[in-house]
Design a protein around this ligand. Structure first.
Ligand code: NI
Length: 201
């Protein structure tokens, strides 16, 4: 379940002017140029989570690679699987050496149900390259806040039978961990591939 329009609108209000400058910088800045960007207003931030193999993983583990991050939950009946599949197809559309520079990451917004074991079965369906991350609810909430992700239980008939409303954009973070771009999973895979190709430096 996705509250996409509201979230994209919110995100646009929050980050649009700054995101545009960060995005343009990727293409226009010359080496040595330094354009100040108020980093505190951009999505991102460090994290300390646990991957699908039960290993602690932090943002530092991905330093030096781009990260394409999607937030969702494994019980999502509709859009999450479609979006994740499209994310992997978009990456496959890049030349292999460029695709290898990007670490695709799925971060659950439902850590109570999405244990490492559950994540492992899930990410494996999409790609051996897809890293799944979960963690303590407080740690996941911190990451959601950092990335300005909206996620909330939408229906709780019982403790275990509920769905999550959540935003569904993809974030491209740079090898330095800083925000580069936001991608809309409702675009066609080929459009996403083209956008990623433009974003890579
Ligand atoms: Ni979903």
């Amino acid at each position: 379940m996705h509250h996409r329009l509201a979230i994209l609108a919110t995100l646009a209000v929050l980050i649009s002017p700054v995101a545009a400058s960060a995005h343009d910088m990727a293409h226009m800045a010359m080496p040595g140029d330094s354009v100040p960007v108020p980093a505190g207003t951009l999505p991102g931030g460090g994290f300390n989570l646990i991957d699908q193999n039960g290993r602690p993983r932090s943002d530092k583990d991905f330093a030096g690679r781009y990260q394409l991050i999607y937030f969702g939950f494994t019980n999502c009946p509709d859009e999450c699987p479609v979006d994740l599949k499209k994310m992997m197809v978009a990456l496959d559309g890049l030349p292999k050496d460029n695709a290898a520079r990007i670490a695709p990451i799925f971060i659950t917004v439902d850590p109570e149900r999405d244990t490492p074991q559950v994540l492992k079965g899930y990410v494996t369906m999409f790609s051996p390259n897809l890293t799944g991350l979960t963690g303590k609810p407080a740690d996941v909430t911190k990451v959601e806040r950092g990335y300005k992700v909206y996620a909330a239980k939408a229906r709780s008939d019982s403790a275990t039978d509920y769905t999550m409303a959540h935003s569904s954009q993809m974030y491209l973070m740079g090898p330095d961990g800083k925000f580069i771009d936001v991608l809309d999973p409702h675009d066609k895979a080929a459009q996403l591939t083209a956008q990623l190709a433009r974003d890579l430096r």
